[in-house]
Each structure stands twice: as C-alpha cells, then as structure tokens.
Design a protein around this ligand. Sequence first.
Ligand SMILES: [Cu+2]
Length: 624
Amino acid sequence: MGTFWPNRRGPSPSHKMYASAKSLLSCCMPLHQRPTMGGVGNKMPAGRGWLLLGVVVLALGVAASPAQAQAPGTSNHYDFYITETKVTRLCHEKTILAVNGQFPGPTIYAHKDDVVTVNVYNQGNKNITVHWHGVDQPRNPWSDGPEYITQCPIQPGANLTYKIIFTEEEGTLWWHAHSDFDRATVHGAMIIYPKQGTTYPYPMPHKEMPIIIGEWWNEDIEQLLLDSQRTGGDIPISNATTINGQPGDLINPSCSKNGTFRMLVEHGKTCLLRVINAGLTNEMFFAIAGHRLTVVGTDGRYLKPFTTDYIMISPGQTFNMLLEPITPTNGSGNSRYYIAARPYVTNFNLQVDSTTATGILEYVDMPPSSGPPDFPNQLPALRDIAAATAYTAQLRSLVTEQYPVDVPTHVDEHMLVTIAVNTVPCGGNNQTCTGPNGNRLAASLNNVSFVDPVVDILDAYYYSIPGNYTPDFPNKPPFFFNFTDPNFPTNKSFTQRGTKVKVVEYGTVLEVVLQDTAILGAESHPMHLHGFSFYTVGRGFGNFDQSKDPASYNLVDPPYQNTVSVPKGGWAAIRFRAANPGVWFMHCHFDRHAVWGMDTVFIVKNGKTPEAQMMPRPPNMPKC
Ligand SMILES: [Cu+2]
C-alpha cells in the first residue's frame, strides 16, 4: 500500500501564506499532512500540515499542536515547558499549569516501535511529574512518572528527560501529569501510527482528530485539593465538562460560544476520531448528533469494529472511532451537529457536575444553516447504567494473524482486590473533619489506604532503602462480607493506612479480580495499571463467585486495556503476565479516590536473562 504519510520536508511556509485560515478549515488533520519522522530542528514543526493545523488551532481554539520532531530516524524528541499560563473559561480567568502554553497540551506523534524522548522543564510553581499513560515501558519504570512511586518529583526550576519506549502500542494513548491534581490541565494526546510501511486494519481514513474530554474548575484546583486535605472533606465539583478544553455553547453560552470546538468535515471523507477521557471525576457518554460511530480501537489496541450511537469512556481510556460524514437522512438537513460529552454517574449520593460539553461537527460542503445544531438525542442520561453496560459488553479484541491475542489460560496467582471509599479518624486533638460523621475521607484496596512513601518506591527497591514500603499487600480482603450490600457493616467504613506493595516473580501470570464494595456508596471505578496492558476477561454485577463466574470469561477475544471500568456494585477480572520488571502503580483513575489511597503497587522482580531485567537507573533522576 506504500507510504501513507510521505516525508514532506519542504520549506516551512510562513504564517501569512495561511492568513485566510477559514479556507483551510476542512475538518480534522488531513492524513497526508502527517508529521515527518525526520524533523527539521528543534521547535520547528516537521511537516507542512502542522503549520496549517497550527493556524487552525489558533483560529478555533482547538487544542492540537504541531509535532516537534527533532532527531532523524526513529527517535523523536519533544521539549515540554510547564509554565503558569492564564486561561479564561466561563468568563473566569485563572492561572493554570500548562505545557508550552497550551491547554490541552501538545500532541505527541510516533510510530509503533519508536522511542520518543521528552524533556520536561518545570517552570511552574510546584513539584510535578509526567506519566505516559498506557505505554508499557518495558524494563523502563524509570520513565513511568507517578510521583513517589517511580520517581521523586521534578522541582520548580529543574527538568527531567523521559524516555518513552513504544512497543506493542498502536492507536491512541495520552500523557498527563501524575502529581496531585496537576493532570486537570497538564495533559495531551499521544498518537501512535502503524509501523512505517504497514497500515491500519481498516480502510484508510482521510482525516483524524483528537478529542479530549476534560473538566474545568473556576477555582484553583490545587488549592481545592489542599483545602480538602486540610478538612478531610470532598473536593468541590467542577464547573463544566469540556471537549478539547472548551465547555461549548450549551454551558453559559455568552461566555463559551466563541471558543467552542468545531470540527469541519466533508461528505465522503472518513474521519478517525481519537477520543480520550482526561477528566478527573467522571466516566463519560459521548455521541454525535445524526451520526453513528464505528469503534475500531481502545487504549492503543485494535478492537473488532462495531457501530454504535454512543460510547462510554472512563477516565484513562481512549477510543478510536471512524466517522463517516454523510448527511443524516433522519436529521433536519442541518449543516451542523453537536458533538456531546455527558457524565455517566453511578454514585447517586454524590453531588456531580452534570454539565454536557459540546463541540460542533460542521459540513463545509453544505450551505450553512442558521439555526442551532442538532443535538444527539441518543446520548444516554446521566445515570443510565444499562446503556454503559451494553456499550462496554461490545468490546472485543480484533484478533487477526497480524494482531493476535495471547490470553493467559493458566493463572499462577489469583488476587481478589476490594475497592472502597472509607474514612479514617480525623486526627489531631479531637479535631473534626468535614468527611462522613466528622471523620476524614479515605479510600482503599483490600482495606489498605495507600500512603506515599518518603523515598519513591522504585529507588527504595533499587537501592534497598528500608522503611519506605512493606511487601505485604494481601491477595484477598481481610474480611469477607456481602461486599455489594448497601447495608454494609458500619464498622467496615474505617480503613487502615499503609504503603503495602505486591511483589511478584518475573513472568508470573496474575488474575486480579477487582471487586467494588458498597462501603460509603457503591460506584464504578476506572482502575488503571501501569507497565502493562491486561485482558479484561470478565465483568459482572454483585459479588464475584470463584466457583461460577470464571465460566463466563471471554478467553477468546477479550479487550486488551490499561484501564477497566469496574461496574458499580460489581467486579472485573483482568489477566496479565508480569513479564515487565520494575515498579508499577495500580490505582483508580478518579483522582479524588487516588489521592485518598485507592492505590497499590506491583513490584515485578528481575528475571534471569538480561532481557528480563530492569534497565539501570538513569543519571539525573530527581531527588526527594
Ligand atoms: Cu475510584
């Protein structure tokens, strides 16, 4: 099939050549204008198309950015400058941390098997780290990113070069800060194209577009986190759901209309949507009025294609979808259609940000319509558990000769891990907290509420520094009760703090059943594992039953994921082979749960051969 994105190293056109951005707004990024892998110098967009996109970005406030390919060959380099940046949404101006002044941040482009380096310069006002979400990083936990797990934070004024080793991943992943709540504004897409000379397992789309779902707080999110840590109470809800950093014109229209994300399409030109949920708080439904979507991939892996009216995407997940721009026959004949993201909320006790973010899909080859865009009435309601369950049940790995699966059929070690929101005593001198019953909110896995160590766990492990963690994370919960009964024993609301890790031998096949509990309210949890993708072999409601439920497992074509949505009052079973030596975080991707302790760590020991051993510690890792 030849080359799909020919290297175009032509001279960089000046911006004034593209002064009339309007004429160039033909939808998403045309694929023939992909970035080249051999760049033309630092901070110089490598392909002509990226300048075009840059102009479009400026014109529409669309958050996608030129690649900054630097080194020739397969190695690419980016410079990320994290600075305090002023942005205005909902007519509130505030200072956020952002990469290269962009919110959402710049897109990283790579091909399968590339190695990309990113030098992160912390020019902000607080410690920070960055994680390359969904990249397995074989033998390279050093560049994984979570604060106090695999590194000490990058302090203000310092910098750190991360090495992202892409191997099996192909599709869409993303990067984000992995410290406090910095992820709210420090995030961006990673696009991993097929290996040079190979193609997608579906017809070549004409265009592509990252769509990043997020949240906006009018207040300073870091301050809200600090306040909640002082009071022991919950974190205030966000003020708006966002699409590519914008609430859209249904939320406070007089403030939001101008910035609304617009995606321009033409009849017959298929667009590949790369949807990412970068939100901190909510799973999301997503749909486009008048159009069906063909889902072809998730979490940097291919799926058996299926067509759907909507998707449900958890924080941490990505979905690749093909959009065929055809004027809907049942629509109004409108030239504009809302793209919409609405929270999917399973904890009915919580106050939530229920705003629906919108962008606009706009046909450039139709007469412009004057009325409002059509709204996607197929978008499920806020609490539609049945809609979410039906969507997720459709996820199956592609499975072809070129994209085989390797689902473990033999399990070496079984773990049952309960997930809970809890409390701990407020602490101090009879201090009263604003959490339940005057206590402090906490969260746990197997009743261990994870506490960050003083020295990051990877260094503590590598240098055998005692006192930072204990290797006794349990394989099962300490107590068995009816986990999903809302009338849970009241004494079970309290949890214990600790820094407990699970140590496994290299190559061990693990099955981890993640079990939600009703303690302080059942809800779904997007559980994310670093260092691995895993097969989600089963999901179900109620208490997992080892004698019955494995019979329903899909061991033929289960989805290969890095983040699984554990159903409210239910369970999810994942399997993976621990053939990646290092220190790997597992946590809920609802950030408030993660900071409350819904986390644990796998330490995978070195194997015997050199290929089964961690890379040596790079120089210049930050100090705690
Ligand atoms: Cu959670």
